[in-house]
Design a protein. Structure first.
Length: 177
């Protein structure tokens, strides 16, 4: 936990010593200060010849939960969210991007919402190939696909080049007969 001064409230209290107070507050241990303020313990800041009580409104406590976590706290309650992406989550995100692009291509091709399609997804990206292998059934079900290939469709009615997760990909589709 780091501490920042709230100069809207602290400035008027400290007057001409506000910048010195700001420097002192920035050096404080945030966890210790947070515990003192949460317990309603009196705490004051002494700068030169001025000593003023400091309240929770006079400081901004900024919590750091590390690179892998995001969080928020309110008093004794803390909520954390794990920001780490597992391979499964990464693949699901790529699959959703593929589905979105296929749906846009379906629309551009003028296909009816109920039309079944044959689909080709071509890429040299190993990450995208892994996502297609893992989520192929999902991609087919969401796009009303009856066939999924990684080869050019000889009778492809529609084709688009897209970039997914920074990698090039070609999508082809044709209405299934």
């Amino acid at each position: 936990t780091s501490v920042l001064p709230n100069m809207k409230t602290l400035g008027p209290k400290m007057g001409r010593h506000a910048s010195a107070a700001r420097e002192l507050i920035a050096k404080l241990d945030g966890a210790t200060l947070e515990a003192a303020l949460a317990g309603d313990a009196p705490w004051s800041l002494a700068v030169a010849d001025v000593e003023e009580p400091v309240t929770a409104e006079d400081v901004i406590l900024k919590k750091d939960f590390g690179d892998d976590w995001a969080g928020a706290s309110d008093g004794m309650s803390v909520v954390l969210i794990d920001k780490r992406l597992t391979p499964e989550l990464k693949n699901e995100g790529i699959a959703r991007d593929i589905v979105r692009n296929v749906q846009n291509l379906r629309k551009d091709a003028g296909l009816d919402i109920a039309d079944r399609i044959r689909l080709s997804l071509m890429t040299s990206s190993d990450a995208i190939k892994d996502a297609i292998d893992e989520c192929g059934e999902y991609i087919l079900s969401e796009t009303l696909g009856v066939e999924l290939s990684s080869d050019t469709l000889s009778d492809a009615a529609s084709r688009i080049e897209v970039v997914i997760d920074g990698e090039a990909m070609t999508i082809e589709l044709v209405k299934a007969s």
